[in-house]
Write a protein that binds this ligand. Structure first.
Ligand code: ATP
Length: 354
């Protein structure tokens, strides 16, 4: 049963069509990420769901109710923004109490609910502090508590972690996800950070130029990207120039490799082949098939792993090997042979790498 339904939503600012026929249904309790590059329309979509922006076409339903024309305060939605949008002149307690006071709740009930939320975000002792006395991470937790206080039907998060430093970002994303699961609240999270989307979401909507290019679980999106855009935006993509030389066989820089499902092409058609870095291993055993030989162009020692860039004709192949204290990584300029399982090489699209 879908809880949030976005049907054919389009949005234009003057001549600029920012959203084009956007469709998405979200189940109750689901955590959905809108992932895409800057300017693809993520925030605009979120603002339309919240009611801060009106859709040019299409409709939005929440819990079966058409909210397309409802003002934001009638939608029962909580929202957290990128910048800490706390009221600077109000204490933590009063920030969290804000929506409850507007709703006309009694003093005792407000105090009970605010303390319940401060326990939930693990800041019960900071009720009387002011925003300027909090760290960035604490401010975002308070913003989350404020959004959740009136028990909204849907929680909207617009890049809430992007202003925080890396370590806090990782710990806060785990906290948000476990809180969301505990409350079972339907959540839509906007981010341009693929790692955030992959680690937090039940499903991801990869957006490109105002359209939902692919919708799927993190596993589906990462392992079965439907377009070159999705494959390169989510994860590291190795795009290799291949030529079809027979049924299920291609040549990369003159070296033949098996590509299951590749049709035989009498005209030696060119393809872009995709290979994820983690599918590639160095030093193949003698019996290993699907080998490629190249020249090591770059070696970055990253600690537990060593990232290697191999040049194979006109293509480059990026992959990692685990650090081995007994054996230093191969030097730049050396020849190296890598291998991968045949099924790991996928045809991304016809035509050469662009
Ligand atoms: P970012 O990650 O940079 O925030 P985004 O994917 O969230 O990007 P939006 O903020 O939705 O993108 O903006 C999409 C496009 O719509 C941009 O080209 C932006 O300039 C334009 N836009 C957004 N709001 C308005 C507005 N009120 N008036 C005119 N153009 C707007």
């Amino acid at each position: 049963m879908s809880f949030v339904e976005i049907e054919g939503v389009g949005k234009s600012f003057g001549p600029n069509a920012v959203l084009k026929d956007f469709n998405l249904t979200i189940a109750k309790g689901e955590f959905i990420s809108l992932l895409g590059p800057s300017g693809c329309g993520k925030t605009t979509m979120l603002r339309i769901i919240a009611g801060f922006e009106s859709a040019t076409t299409g409709r939005v339903r929440i819990g079966g109710e058409d909210v397309t024309r409802l003002p934001p305060n009638k939608r029962h939605i909580g929202m957290v923004f990128q910048a800490y949008a706390l009221f600077p002149n109000l204490s933590v307690f009063d920030n969290v109490a804000f929506g409850l006071k507007v709703a006309g709740q009694g003093k005792a009930e407000i105090a009970r609910r605010v303390m319940e939320l401060l326990e939930l975000i693990k800041l019960p002792d900071l009720a009387h502090r002011y925003p300027y006395q909090l760290s960035g991470g604490q401010q975002q937790r308070v913003a989350l508590a404020r959004a959740l206080a009136p028990s909204p039907r849907v929680l909207l998060l617009d890049e809430p972690l992007s202003a925080l430093d890396a370590k806090i970002r990782v710990s806060l994303r785990e906290e948000i996800r476990s809180l969301q699961r505990e409350l079972g609240i339907t959540t839509i999270f906007v981010t341009h950070d693929q790692e955030e989307a992959l680690s937090m979401s039940d499903r991801i909507v990869v957006m490109n130029a105002g359209c939902a290019e692919q919708i799927g679980t993190p596993f589906e999106i990462y392992n079965h990207p439907r377009s070159r855009f999705v494959a390169s935006f989510v994860g590291t993509l190795n795009a290799l120039d291949g030529v079809a030389v027979g049924e299920g066989v291609a040549a990369i820089d003159g070296q033949t490799v098996a590509v299951p499902g590749l049709a035989a092409s009498p005209s030696a058609e060119q393809f872009t082949l995709a290979l994820r870095p983690e599918s590639v291993s160095l030093s193949p055993r003698p019996e290993a098939t699907n080998r490629l030989n190249g020249t090591i162009e770059d070696v970055s020692f990253l600690g537990s792993v060593v990232r290697i860039r191999l040049r194979i004709g006109g293509s480059t192949l990026l992959f990692d090997t685990f650090n081995n204290p007994a054996s230093p990584p191969p030097p730049r300029g050396a020849n190296a042979t890598v291998h991968f399982a045949p099924g790991d090489l996928q045809v991304l699209e016809s035509g050469p790498v662009v």
